[in-house]
Ligand binder design. Structure first.
Ligand SMILES: [Zn+2]
Length: 348
């Protein structure tokens, strides 16, 4: 079933026939009965509220007297959780892999990696709670991508949770809200760059601090920074990305580079795989951190002189593999093992 991205339809699409289907994600806190709506009941589906049909079309939802923050919250939580016998919201499991329809082995692997990337972003402090976004093309397609439903904390995102969203904003599979800026940034970038498989947007601290400088450039003053020589594009800040024009502007600014530094905002880092993108995200933040720390000393930075600079740039190009294995893959595999040792459920 194809569903629209619009905010109204995001609410309306929670309704499937006469029953409200609970999602697989975690809820927090309680929902009080209000506005005549029934609180969610036990089980994976919830009886349709008496007036729910009024919420099934955007126009009706727009004018409906029950459209309050409380009822929107009710529908959101009803969609994402169930109430257990103790009256507390708990995680449910519905979108197991067997429920993901035509999910291929390749798509499942990307889902696992993308979920791991979210968890790792939490580990390293790159995330902002439920905000910022990582997306990956669905393998075998160049017109749709995986995106976590908005509202999940990055520490709880699992492989099964991702939505499949196309470049028109239709949710092709999965249940949950599509955050507007996620769609408006990532869809144009994926559309403009079919050569990249993964797009990561964060406000991670040191890269964002770099973006705030009058001259927001990664200086060729450290080995990690040289790894990004000639690979970073820039674009000015014009406010929230709330239309596709802003995303297209970012995609144009990115051009054929892998990294876009968004002035006064953060970064967009891309890669040919989730592992490739996360590796770049990790080392870009490391390079930015070293620069910001060095600049904090108020001493003049010493740039790497020639010919060492040119030599190092070339060495980066020829040292991407170790005994035939990509450094990026080895790095990401090691990071996933770190998650595995902690008992993380990202791969579920
Ligand atoms: Zn942002």
């Amino acid at each position: 079933m194809i569903r629209s991205l619009s905010a109204e339809k995001k609410q309306a699409r929670f309704l499937k026939g006469d029953r409200l289907v609970a999602n697989s994600v975690a809820g927090r806190g309680r929902v009080t009965q209000s506005s005549g709506l029934h609180a969610p009941q036990m089980g994976n589906s919830i009886e349709r509220p008496p007036n729910a049909f009024l919420l099934q079309t955007p126009s009706k939802w727009d004018t409906h007297p029950l459209k309050t923050p409380q009822t929107i919250l009710w529908f959101t939580l009803a969609q994402t959780a169930k109430l257990n016998q103790k009256g507390r919201w708990e995680r449910t499991i519905i979108n197991t892999r067997t429920d993901l329809g035509d999910c291929t082995d390749a798509e499942w692997q990307v889902r696992v990696d993308l979920a791991a990337a979210h968890r790792l972003a939490v580990h390293y402090g790159y995330h902002e709670g439920i905000d910022n976004h990582f997306t990956a093309l669905v393998p075998g397609h160049v017109d749709r991508f995986l995106l976590a439903p908005f509202g999940l904390h990055w520490s709880e995102i699992r492989a099964r949770d991702f939505l499949v969203v196309d470049f028109s904003g239709n949710v092709l599979s999965g249940v949950g809200p599509v955050e507007d800026t996620a769609f408006y940034i990532h869809a144009p970038v994926h559309a403009a760059r079919p050569d990249i498989a993964c797009v990561m947007h964060t406000h991670m601290p040191y890269a964002t601090a770099l973006s705030m400088l009058e001259v927001p450039e990664l200086l060729m003053a450290s080995q990690n920074a040289i790894g990004f020589a000639g690979l970073v594009a820039h674009c000015d800040y014009l406010g929230f990305a709330l239309d596709s024009g802003e995303g297209r502007r970012m995609a144009t600014a990115l051009g054929d580079k892998p990294v876009l530094l968004l002035r006064n905002h953060g970064v967009v880092v891309t890669g040919t795989s989730v592992a490739d993108a996360f590796n770049a995200l990790y080392f870009f933040e490391r390079a930015a951190m070293a620069q910001i720390l060095a600049q904090s000393s108020r001493q003049k930075l010493r740039l790497v002189p020639e010919p060492a600079l040119s030599l190092t740039i070339e060495q980066y190009k020829t040292s991407a593999k170790v005994e035939g294995l990509a450094r990026t893959d080895l790095h990401f595999a090691a990071l996933k093992r770190m998650l595995d040792r902690s008992g993380s459920d990202y791969g579920q």
